[in-house]
Design a protein around this ligand. Structure first.
Ligand SMILES: [Zn+2]
Length: 407
């Protein structure tokens, strides 16, 4: 267990925060610091074909050790951390034999990780937790995933009696700004399917995510002196207001969960002459997703009819539910599920209310469900990871390799 802790700490203490305002890949120069170290480490544990390209994408191979044909599979993680919270000077705190009580992350600043607020903590009583010191995020998202993959590969190299096909490893920059898959060369990767090790609590197994689109509605009004405006003024603010009021009132993020989709109006700008509404649309179901987009078109048409074509709509698809790509190859989910059950983990299969790099990769031709990496409370100072969960993830990876060779 100390081995996993040491490896994890060696990664999280290197700042790799990504930056969506940057155009380069990786988005921040500092991501190279960990990328180079990882490439070096993959070589030193005995993997082959270790490569790091100009955009800091890392790939490596654990060659097959069986004679029969086995599909090449992959494991993928990202080494950047979220721009939402500082990743500079991460000072991990190790709590052995966790007793279920509140954890004081930072006495000076009175920052407390409380089990009465974060109930999930209670399932880890008796385990070893790694937390922050309250001033940064931890970076278990997704350096836990990287730790697990490297550790599993190292184990397989040292234990040739465990039989497996060729295993490909992929580590990416910039996942947190939605670009982790953008420059991922799936041809070069050459796997039939892969798993992102990027989920949260132990047992998570995900192959459904939202269909996602963004929309911007722009309204051009006509400003006229209000005393003489009858029949002449077109008030863009009020039209924006009508459009928003026509959206389904309860289909919003704060009132939906599970597989219920929503409209989320997140930005409104307005004056009489000009107003805009920016919103996102989310739905797991493709038909309902399309209906939501259609509703926006209908509303814009309705008010264009009334207000002389002063409204325009810009709709952009962002990503799609990977379920469409996973269901035809559902055995890849079954393998992960069986791997968990074989080592005593109860799989938690649930739809992601967001997107993952796996969904983009799935649409690029590499079906890619998501498996737990073990951490909780991502992207903030309350982030923590139980070491036992990381250990279990290592075992899941090893078992998946084994099961694939048996198939
Ligand atoms: Zn992540």
């Amino acid at each position: 267990m100390q081995h996993i802790i040491d490896r994890f700490i060696s990664y999280v203490t290197i700042d790799t925060q990504s930056d969506s305002s940057s155009e380069t890949t990786p988005s921040t120069e500092k991501q190279w610091n960990l990328a180079k170290k990882l490439a070096e480490e993959l070589r030193s544990i005995g993997l082959e074909d270790v490569s790091i390209d100009d955009n800091a994408y890392i790939m490596a191979t654990l060659p097959s050790n069986v004679d029969h044909e086995v599909p090449t599979i992959g494991f993928i993680s990202h080494f950047d951390t979220s721009p939402d919270f500082s990743g500079t000077n991460v000072k991990p705190n190790i709590i052995e034999n966790y007793d279920g009580n509140d954890i004081v992350l930072n006495e000076e600043k009175n920052i407390i990780l409380s089990s009465s607020y974060f109930h999930d903590l209670l399932q880890y009583i008796g385990q070893t937790l790694i937390t922050t010191d309250g001033t940064t995020l931890l970076g278990a998202d997704d350096k836990a995933g990287i730790t697990e993959i490297v550790t599993a590969m190292e184990y397989l190299v040292k234990h040739p009696e465990i039989k497996h096909g060729a295993i490909r490893i992929g580590f990416t920059p910039d996942e947190e700004i939605g670009r982790g898959a953008h420059k991922f060369d799936i041809e070069k990767f050459g796997a039939k399917w892969a798993y992102t090790m990027d989920g949260s609590q132990i047992g998570e197994l995900e192959y459904e995510n939202f269909n996602a689109a963004s929309a911007k509605i722009t309204i051009n009004g006509k400003s006229v002196h209000p005393g003489y405006a009858k029949g002449k003024m077109v008030n863009a603010v009020l039209i924006a207001n009508h459009i928003i009021a026509d959206l389904p009132r309860h289909e919003i993020p704060e009132e939906t969960d599970g597989r219920d989709g929503f409209f989320h109006v997140h930005t409104v700008h307005g004056e009489i002459e000009n107003a805009s509404i920016e919103l996102i649309i989310r739905d797991h179901d493709l038909q309902r997703f399309n209906e939501r987009k259609e509703l926006l078109k209908v509303l814009v048409k309705k008010y264009n009819h009334k207000y002389d074509d002063c409204i325009s709509l810009e709709l952009k698809d962002q990503y799609f539910n990977m379920k469409e790509k996973i269901e035809p190859v559902y055995h890849i989910v079954e393998i992960a599920k069986k791997a968990m059950e074989d080592i005593g983990i109860k799989p938690i299969i649930k739809p992601i209310r967001g997107g993952t790099d796996g969904s983009q990769l799935s649409y690029m031709g590499l079906p890619c469900p998501n498996i737990f990496a073990g951490g909780h409370n991502f992207h903030g100072k309350y982030e923590y990871v139980p070491v036992e969960s990381m250990q279990k993830a290592v075992e899941v990876i090893i078992r998946i390799c084994e099961l694939t060779a048996h198939q």
